[in-house]
Design a protein around this ligand. Structure first.
Ligand SMILES: [Fe+2]
Ligand SMILES: [Fe+2]
Length: 217
């Protein structure tokens, strides 16, 4: 990453951290952020399950096991949010991969992150394993930090908040574990680990800013 991208990265992460902490701390905005988190966790499950099947077909046994655990973790995370939202009296619609509702459309962050890749290159049947491992590694490592930060920002005034805080901390641990196996996948798939990660980290920095343009601070 060049110096300017590093600054962009740091300030982008800072801005995101600020928004997440503020939204989870405030009881009025909390259901909204929990719904976004629910959708992002739930939407990754069918993708990971399809990747797992492909890895198995390609004889990548270790990878297929990792992907199976990954998919079941993300399913568990989406359930934690669905459960909490129900306790707040919010009905959670089961995630439908074919729905085109506004919340389920690709986010500006996702579009910027994968700029230059067409849909066909990114579907689980085709995605290059190094591209999958590196791009997801960066997202998982960043979400591990975000979840830890949200747990810290959450008040502990009642049992529900204390339960959610514990849930967020356990999710943070899982996301860090996902980042670890993805790093290992990348090492197995490519000799240019640092170079590829640098590329995706720089993209992540720019994508955060694409997202920031759509947020009211
Ligand atoms: Fe997750
Ligand atoms: Fe994850």
């Amino acid at each position: 990453m060049d110096f300017l991208t590093q600054i962009l990265d740091l300030t982008g992460k800072g801005a995101k951290a600020y928004v997440l902490a503020r939204q989870i701390r405030d009881r009025k905005t909390r259901p909204h952020i929990l719904t976004s988190l629910y959708l992002s966790e739930a939407s990754s499950v069918p993708y990971l399950e399809a990747l797992q099947k492909r890895a198995k077909l390609e004889g990548k046994k270790w990878l297929s096991q990792q992907l199976q655990m990954h998919a079941s973790d993300e399913k568990k995370h989406s359930r934690i949010f669905a459960y909490t939202l129900e306790k707040y009296g919010k009905k959670v619609e089961p995630f439908d991969p074919n729905s085109k509702s506004s919340e389920q459309k690709a986010s500006p962050m996702f579009i910027a992150y994968f700029e230059g890749y067409d849909r066909e290159q990114l579907i689980p049947e085709n995605i290059n394993w190094s591209v999958y491992a590196a791009s997801t590694y960066v997202l998982e490592a960043s979400s591990a930090k975000d979840y830890k930060l949200m747990a810290k920002a959450l008040p502990e005034d009642n049992l529900q908040e204390r339960k959610l805080k514990m849930g967020l901390l356990s999710i943070a641990k899982d996301e860090a574990r996902h980042a670890n196996y993805l790093h290992e996948v990348l090492k197995r798939e490519s000799p240019k680990v640092e170079e590829i990660l640098d590329f995706w980290q720089a993209r992540h920095a720019k994508a955060l800013w694409a997202m920031a343009n759509h947020i009211n601070f």
